[in-house]
Design a binder for this molecule. Structure first.
Ligand SMILES: [Zn+2]
Length: 522
């Protein structure tokens, strides 16, 4: 058994199930998501085998050679995402309480086939056997996330789908889509068209070290970049939903907003003008002006459209790395500090986030921010994403806030994964080995049980300053995501890196079939 992430329990039996052209998938056709999962499975099988499996809901005529998806809400022992997978020579049964559980059972089933099941051309003469087994499985955490920064570099829609497929392969269930930055605004907003007409494009400084790039010069053309139309967004959200993946959009504020300010400089403290950053931009001084009431009208207008496009309950608003120097000099910001009875610019940031949180929650959504939003007081309903170590996450959990752990030391996949001299350029002076990711435990040991319950899970973050192509994203993400998947899905009691490594070698052959440019294991 070479399943990644490793299931809770596996019992092997004698014999095997042989899939052939007359194998049937049996589902309750009235269950929409279940039928979609059946179609997903049938499509994968068809690509690799050439067989077009029948999908039907009649169990009476066919008692053998069937793959039965048994969705029964009385299967409550499986929880929201658990499943059992029973393979016998006569048939296969996946049982779950929810359609997500069935989907994860399908992922495990696919990994029991020969690795060629992941191929995209029909393999004639292959024997499609599945060993007899009984698997019981459920995830350790409800939040198993992967982030992707599409702003430092833009990737086409087709790659976003491939990325989502790779998440699904690993039973990850959140795609955190980082859509706005100093270096590019990537989401079409109908009410503010210049966000993409201007904000999605920068002067091309490819080939020059990220932090040494000259800002845009007079007369230069900004033509490097791209953006997703609202139609693209809807398509991707739907694609992800069919794979049990929640898409969480991130709209950065008050900082990391230079691309937006290049399009609409009136919402800054100084009035601009600005150009979209061509590379490193630090310190982040040009940010939204919270002294200006129109800034909030602008941001709420954007968030209104964003919330319509993303039906999930979470909206990520960033909140990190704001330099407050301009707020200190801005008459409007200083007036706001006086009017609201705030002590300083840190509390002004807190005012900003709390006001946005109120708006987001008035629309029935939940706000997530980076751990900086703890500074100066945190909005009551906010969820914290802890990235500067785990201190922010611990503090937030103690204050009864939900927490997602993504500390740099374990979860930053822009870090080198081996000796820098033998690796492509990555974040300077960094290192995050596969083994360290594998050992990760998102729950800090010194929390009370009630505080531990606030740790929703973990997430890998993929900042793309050093990933100009989607091939490079794949190289940085895999196989570290395979290790992270095991850290957030599998129960940690009996972790054994060497045993994982052996399974990973088989898993890499699946990635070969899927044409993924992963980093070869040492
Ligand atoms: Zn201001």
């Amino acid at each position: 058994m070479n399943i990644i992430p490793k299931p809770k329990s596996t019992q092997e039996y004698k014999g095997e199930f042989l899939l052939n052209s007359t194998t049937r998938i049996i589902v309750n056709l009235k269950e929409g998501p279940l039928l979609e999962t059946a179609e997903y499975f049938a499509e994968r099988v068809k690509l690799a085998t050439g067989y077009e499996l029948w999908i039907s809901d009649n169990t009476f005529d066919h008692k053998e050679n069937i793959i039965f998806f048994n969705l029964d809400d009385e299967n409550t022992k499986f929880g929201k995402e658990g499943y059992s997978l029973e393979v016998r020579p006569t048939n296969i049964t996946i049982r779950a309480n929810t359609s997500s559980g069935i989907f994860y059972g399908v992922q495990s089933l696919l990994q029991l086939f020969p690795v060629q099941i992941y191929g995209n051309h029909a393999n004639a003469g292959m024997k499609w056997s599945v060993p007899s087994v009984q698997i019981e499985d459920a995830p350790k955490y409800p939040w198993r996330g992967m982030h992707l920064d599409v702003c430092r570099h833009f990737y086409p829609k087709e790659f976003i789908k491939k990325y989502i497929d790779l998440l699904a392969l690993h039973k990850m269930n959140v795609f955190h889509w980082h859509l706005t930055e100093d270096q590019g605004w990537r989401i079409e907003i109908m009410n503010y068209p210049q966000l993409t007409e201007i904000g999605a494009w920068r002067v091309d400084r490819s080939g020059i070290i990220w932090n040494e790039r000259k800002i845009q010069q007079p007369g230069e053309t900004a033509d490097y970049g791209g953006f997703y139309t609202q139609q693209d967004i809807l398509e991707i959200v739907d694609y992800a939903a069919k794979r049990c993946i929640l898409v969480v959009p991130e709209i950065e504020l008050p900082g990391h907003a230079l691309a937006a300010l290049a399009a609409y400089p009136e919402y800054s403290c100084t009035g601009g003008p600005f150009d979209v950053a061509t590379g490193g931009y630090w310190p982040i001084v040009d940010v939204f002006c919270p002294g200006n009431e129109n800034t909030f009208t602008f941001l709420e207008g954007i968030l209104d459209e964003v919330m319509t496009l993303f039906p999930g309950e979470y909206i990520h608003i960033g909140g990190d790395e704001v330099n407050k120097a301009n707020w200190g000099k801005c008459p409007k910001c200083q007036q706001r500090i006086i009017a609201e009875g705030l002590n300083d610019e840190n509390e002004l940031q807190s005012y900003f986030i709390k006001r946005i949180e109120k708006f987001v929650s008035s629309k029935g959504k939940k706000l997530i921010g980076w751990d900086e939003i703890l500074e100066g007081g945190i909005p009551p309903e906010a969820t914290i994403m802890s990235w500067r170590g785990i201190g922010g996450g611990i503090e937030a959990a103690k204050q009864n806030h939900d927490v997602i752990m993504s500390p740099t030391d374990y979860c930053y996949f822009d870090y080198y994964q081996g000796t820098p001299s033998s690796e492509p350029d990555a974040f300077p002076d960094s290192l995050l080995l596969l083994e360290k990711v594998y050992e990760y435990n998102p729950t800090p040991p010194d929390l009370t049980p009630a505080e531990k319950a606030h740790i929703l899970g973990g997430q890998g973050n993929v900042w793309t300053e050093y990933m100009p192509t989607s091939d490079q994203v794949e190289y940085m993400v895999l196989p570290r995501m395979s290790a992270l998947a095991e850290a957030v899905w599998s129960s940690g009691a009996e972790k054994d890196f060497h045993e994982f490594y052996e399974r990973l070698n088989v898993h890499c052959r699946r990635l070969d079939e899927l044409k993924v440019n992963y980093r070869p294991t040492d």
